[in-house]
Design a protein around this ligand. Sequence first.
Ligand code: SF4
Ligand code: FES
Length: 244
Amino acid sequence: MNLTLKIWRQKNASAKGAFVTYSLDNVSPEMSFLEMLDALNKKLVEDDKDPVAFDHDCREGICGSCGMYINGHPHGPVPAITTCHLSMRYFNDGDTIWIEPWRAKPFPVIKDLIVDRSAFDKIQIAGGFISINTGAAPEANSIPVKRIKSDEAFDTAICIGCGACVAACKNASAMLFVSAKISQFALLPQGRAEARERVRSMVEKMDELGFGNCSNTGACEAECPKKIKLTSIARLYREYYKAY
Ligand code: SF4
Ligand code: FES
């Protein structure tokens, strides 16, 4: 495939960025999207040009670092996958692909497609943990947990902190992320002891860092690569009300 790439280039957070057009030939449909960017960067380095900075680590849909906007969608046009799982077979010969970083004030651009998502770490540090000495693994049935609850908790614990929900929201709301992190503990007996303090601290930190309120549009759920549900946000509200 021969492609035209319109990629956002920006030296740092304070520099003015712009789209730069690149042509890339001989892209195999077997390549992943990140491998396609690797091929572009190889060409740029060979031409003595600055390669495009983009974040990635696991390339297996686990770490959440590879987020970018592709043709107007966080992680690209295919639902429920991360950018690293996006295959070039979803594109056609002659396509023009627009590639941009997350656009949200609490996620300032570091360079090109890389944004600083440390705001999520700060929210986690504010309360996204259980402060007990876990000791040795307990007997499996010592704290009975209903299957439906453990499944629900697991469905929220799979949030990878990628930030697509923030990028998709017109209010740059982090509610889906925070609600996932609250839910994974709130649903289990082990998380109840610190539930009040946790939700108060995490919501306070989220507000302090400049994330907006839920817009109720559901864009976050639609674009989340792990399909975290809006019902998590409803649970976050309930937990918050109970905490006061
Ligand atoms: S809720 Fe979904 S979109 Fe938001 S950070 Fe977690 S995995 Fe990413
Ligand atoms: S590189 Fe880790 S989720 Fe994509």
